[in-house]
Design a protein around this ligand. Structure first.
Ligand SMILES: [Zn+2]
Length: 270
């Protein structure tokens, strides 16, 4: 699967970072998808959202969404390269999927979701510590506590029925049923979180702000002092402002993150 440098060069086009420095990335859309997802893994590791060699991100690369990229079992987020990512088909029976390099629980969750939720182009699952801490509070509901939290107003679903590891497709079916009516973030009780988006840029930006807002909530709750919650109407308005913000902040965020990797971890794009 890995490309040689010479084949990579054939598809390279000159682009520019915001600071005017050149950015050499291949134009081929599948390779660009691979690079974007590899960048997401590298930054999830930098942000301490990863868990050993577990946790998994996927990205649909076909129009219907059933062909998708997934991290291979045993790969640390901090070392994943674009060419390492598995290209899988959700319509595969799943038999022998481990021999293809996929983690079975990752396959069961992501294949089912890419089949059931075509809008979920990018699916990120982590056990990132602050959001997971909130997933472990009884009957927890997301708090409109700061501006970042308002971004997720009305968009979080809750699965409060932890039932062990997802060694069959039942968790995926349950999750797919919950991710309806505009819900794009899932709190998996006693487990972790899942974010879906229409691109790597959007999903990674969501993951970043989710953990930042969760950290504020954990810290504020830990003081034991009364919380100054944002009124519902203001939270709803702030959420709309996030959605309608006049710049494509998600794309710019990923572009800035890749620019750093282009200088510091160039192998992510190989
Ligand atoms: Zn998990």
């Amino acid at each position: 699967m890995r490309r040689t440098f010479s084949t990579l060069v054939q598809t390279v086009a000159l682009q520019w970072h915001l600071d005017g420095t050149p950015c050499m990335h291949p134009q081929d859309s599948l390779m660009q998808d691979r690079i974007d997802l590899a960048a997401a893994f590298r930054w999830a590791a930098r942000w301490d959202m990863h868990e050993s060699i577990a946790n998994h991100f996927s990205l649909a690369v076909s129009e219907g969404g059933t062909r998708f990229l997934l991290n291979p079992v045993g790969s640390h987020f901090s070392r994943i390269r674009a060419s390492d990512l598995l290209l899988l088909d959700a319509d595969h029976s799943g038999e022998g999927i481990a021999a293809l390099g996929a983690d079975p629980t990752a396959w069961n969750l992501h294949a089912t979701l890419h089949q059931r939720l075509p809008q979920a182009r990018c699916i990120l699952h982590t056990h990132m510590p602050y959001a997971t801490a909130l997933c472990c509070l009884q009957d927890f509901e997301w708090l409109a506590l700061d501006q970042n939290a308002c971004r997720f107003y009305g968009r979080i679903a809750y699965d409060r029925h932890y039932a062990g590891m997802a060694l069959d497709t039942s968790e995926g079916e349950r999750v797919a049923a919950l991710m309806q009516d505009g819900k794009s973030v899932l709190f998996l009780g006693n487990h972790g979180v899942m974010v879906i988006g229409d691109s790597v840029a959007q999903a990674l930006d969501e993951l970043y702000y989710l953990e930042k807002a969760a950290k504020v909530q954990v810290l504020a709750l830990s003081t034991g002092r009364p919380l100054a919650l944002i009124p519902e109407a203001v939270a709803r308005q702030a959420c709309a402002q996030w959605n309608d913000y006049p710049t494509d902040a998600c794309a710019l965020h990923l572009q800035a993150l890749k620019a750093i990797l282009d200088l510091e971890e160039t192998d992510y794009a190989l």
